[in-house]
Design a protein around this ligand. Structure first.
Ligand code: DAH
Length: 358
């Protein structure tokens, strides 16, 4: 085996120059990976030449080592410099190509909106829960006895025919679609011991034709407080707070004498008209209160002792007050909605302006 000849300076320069030209030509990081393998990997010509130094005659080794070492150093430097350039260029490209213009209009699916009846029921619940009251529920298909008799609406009571009732067949089952949320009063008193402070928002049913101001399905919120020493004054204070929480601190309420079998005394509660505020110059032309200065909000009163007795509460020890308010009219009045049917059509275009409240 003959002793290999030491590579000449020209040969080493050529290998170095080839490597540098290939490195400078690399455009992507993938190109660079290949160039690195070809020109500085274990099998690259310069690496092979380096490994061959050991076989050279001793006197040639030093020069060959220096030449090859310098060439390899130059290749490493060229690789490092080109890598930095290519990386910077790739980052630049990514910044341009992947740019997101956050000011463009978005075309996501339209989100739904919560129905104002849902939000008002939650709002009312929040107002009362903040005062320590609880939210009670009752069934929509209700026993006749709880819907009427327990509330002092006996079988022959004239007020019974005033609430046009959906009866559930068979007739002997004595079940109705509840005509008001008041049976939840009876259920609560029968279920639990006073003191009781509950509200019950919910759906109620009457055989009304559907038109711009009537619906066979509508919504009420019932309130019931039973404790020692409760009076009409507590009722007034509670309803004033309720009205002000909904309509603002300047809301004023008034009671008008009325009749409900389950309360004695009974009253209709009116709100100061939230549009004209009863102002002398405006009230006559006001469409909302029709020139009255007041709008009806609901019925209320001191719980009739006969109801307490029917529901197992001792009227000698306890007294209480109750109220029932129509939520649908609260919404149509407040937002000036001319047609009650809009509340029940389920058209998203109606609910959308009320916004998404979560
Ligand atoms: N239940 C009555 C109705 O639907 C409203 C009502 C009046 C409820 C007086 C009450 C009340 O709790 O005390 O017409």
């Amino acid at each position: 085996m003959s002793t290999p000849a030491a590579p000449t300076a020209d040969e080493v320069d050529r290998l170095r120059d080839e490597a540098v030209v290939a490195i400078d030509a690399a455009v992507t990081l993938a190109d660079l990976k290949q160039v690195r393998l070809d020109h500085s990997g274990d099998k690259s010509p310069l690496a092979l030449a380096n490994r061959g130094i050991g076989q050279l005659p001793t006197e040639d080794r030093k020069d060959a080592g220096r030449l090859i070492g310098q060439a390899r150093g130059a290749v490493q430097q060229a690789l490092a410099a080109r890598t930095a350039e290519v990386e910077a260029a790739e980052e630049e490209r990514a910044l341009i190509e992947e740019r997101v213009d956050v000011t463009l209009p978005w075309d996501v699916e339209p989100v739904g909106a919560r129905h104002p009846l849902t939000t008002i029921q939650e709002h009312v619940a929040d107002i009362f829960v903040a005062m320590g009251w609880e939210v009670a529920e009752g069934p929509e298909v209700e026993a006749e006895w709880l819907n009427f008799d327990a509330l002092n609406l006996g079988p022959d009571h004239p007020a019974r025919t005033m609430q046009d009732t959906f009866w559930v067949s068979p007739e002997k089952a004595a079940m109705v679609l509840r005509t008001h949320t008041s049976p939840v009063q009876a259920r609560t008193m029968l279920d639990r011991e006073p003191p009781l402070y509950v509200i019950c928002p919910g759906r109620v049913f009457r055989t009304d034709e559907l038109d711009a101001t009537h619906s066979p399905v509508f919504h009420q919120v019932e309130g019931l407080a039973i404790d020692e020493g409760l009076s009409m004054a507590h009722l007034k204070g509670t309803l004033d707070h309720f009205a002000q929480a909904i309509y603002g601190d300047d809301m004023v309420t008034r009671f008008r004498p009325s009749y409900f079998p389950f309360t004695e005394p009974s009253a209709e509660m009116d709100l100061l008209c939230y549009v004209c505020k009863g102002r002398p110059g405006e009230v006559a032309a006001c469409r909302t209160c029709r020139g009255e200065g007041w709008v009806e909000w609901g019925g209320c009163g001191v719980v009739n002792p006969r109801v307490l007795i029917a529901c197992g509460v001792d009227p000698e020890k306890y007294s209480g007050f109750a109220f029932g308010i129509g939520l649908d009219r609260t919404i149509t009045g407040r937002y000036d909605i001319a047609d009650l049917r809009d509340l029940f059509d389920g058209d998203i275009r109606f609910t959308q302006p009320f916004g998404v409240e979560l």
